[in-house]
Design a protein around this ligand. Structure first.
Ligand code: PLP
Length: 379
């Protein structure tokens, strides 16, 4: 059994993907080119925003958004303490300060009430200037944008949606990667829509930022490649990745996203009353980057993971350590106990195998094993 079966997906889409790859090899257009433009157009249309700019990975996508807003030293950027490291890393890389905010246990996403408290605290401390919020669509579920947008407007902050795991999700039909002033995603292979290497994209309705990002992703180019008007980076999506992504995106839209939702619902039905299953608020649709359960304590979680492993069932801990307790931030003044929900989750979460090609019999087996473990371990 695979945690996320990319081999199976390749078998299903082999004909189209092989053709896409050999077409690019034969074309000798390896960087940018028409294929990339076409893919950007289809992504922008799907998400419902004016501009989609592809780039080398999801981390660069976040970085370039911060560059477009000139986020720098002395600026405070609010990020959840329970997410993948890149969300905070990009803030520090721009010499700004990530301000961690605890999350809501039910959704794993940034807690709007604590966000506002945190903004107030930064304002009253008077050392940093609040500039932006980076909500993360963790495990495929969009953050609480209706509340976050109200707070952003009240305090005049930018919203940068980190949709690396959220692509394909929606709130009342409005698609993920359209909730930020700028939104980003990642095409890392294991993300909801993945390529065969690294890739990423940026979404915005703002023409000025789109132009700026189109320039900085190619060394700060001006009217043409050898006219450089600013300091940029090199962050392009390879043509071959765009070509591979196109048939994968078609499958994603046509059935993969729905199939992963069917599989997640089956898990939730079977695990109801046995462990705490993920909650999808009314009106939200998840792209299920992960199916993550919460156990009663660390001992039970670690025990279950070991038990599943003995039964050749893979599982993962996303994430074992909250961002405020990362070694690199040890001098930032955060202490254990500061963000109890994030800390609790790090001890108690477990992500189960989930992908569009998972068999019902695999889910039956996994749930059966979880139930037997929990039954046996009642304390
Ligand atoms: C994967 C991920 C990123 C980074 O994307 P890469 O393409 O790996 O650079 C950023 N934020 C979150 C929440 C992620 O899961």
């Amino acid at each position: 059994m695979e945690f996320r079966d990319l081999k199976k997906q390749y078998q299903v889409l082999k004909k189209q993907i092989d053709k896409a790859m050999t077409d690019v090899a034969a074309s000798s257009a390896y960087i940018m080119g028409e294929k990339v433009k076409e893919f950007e157009t289809s992504l922008a249309e799907y998400v419902g925003v004016k501009h989609c700019i592809t780039c080398a990975n999801g981390t660069d996508a976040l970085t370039m958004a911060l560059m477009a807003w000139n986020i720098s030293k002395g600026d405070a950027v609010f990020v959840p303490s329970f997410t993948f490291f890149a969300t905070a890393e990009v803030v520090s890389l721009e010499s700004a300060t990530p301000i961690f905010v605890d999350v809501v246990a039910d959704t794993f996403n940034i807690d709007p009430l604590k966000l506002e408290e945190s903004i107030e605290k930064v304002l009253s401390d008077g050392k940093l200037i609040p500039k932006a919020i980076i909500p993360v669509d963790l495990f495929g579920l969009s953050a609480n944008y209706p509340e976050i947008r109200k707070i952003a407007e009240k305090y005049g902050l930018f919203v940068l949606e980190d949709g690396a795991q959220g692509f394909g999700g929606s709130i009342h039909g409005k698609k993920a990667c359209s909730f930020g002033d700028i939104s980003t995603t990642s095409f890392f292979p294991a993300k909801p829509l993945g390529c065969y290497g690294d890739g990423g994209a940026i979404f915005t309705d703002n023409d000025e930022w789109a132009n700026f990002i189109n320039s900085i992703k190619v060394h700060g180019k001006g009217t043409f490649k050898y006219d450089n008007v600013r300091i940029g980076i090199n962050s392009r999506l390879d043509t071959i990745q765009a070509a591979i992504l196109q048939p994968k995106f078609d499958a994603f839209k046509e059935y993969e996203l729905e199939k992963v939702n069917v599989a997640a619902r089956l898990y939730s039905k079977k695990l109801k009353g046995i462990v705490k299953t993920p909650i999808i608020p009314d009106g939200y649709y998840s792209s299920w980057a992960q199916y993550t359960i919460i156990l009663e304590n660390k001992k039970q979680r670690d025990g279950l993971q070991a038990y599943l492993k003995e039964n050749v069932i893979p599982s993962m801990i996303y994430y074992p350590k909250p961002l405020h307790l990362q070694t690199v931030y040890k001098d930032s003044g955060y202490v254990l106990g500061e963000f109890p929900v994030s800390e609790m989750l790090c001890d108690r979460v477990l992500s189960l195998p989930l992908h569009p090609y998972i068999e019902k019999s695999d889910i039956d087996l996994i749930c059966f094993k979880i139930k037997s473990f929990i039954d046996k371990n009642i304390t």
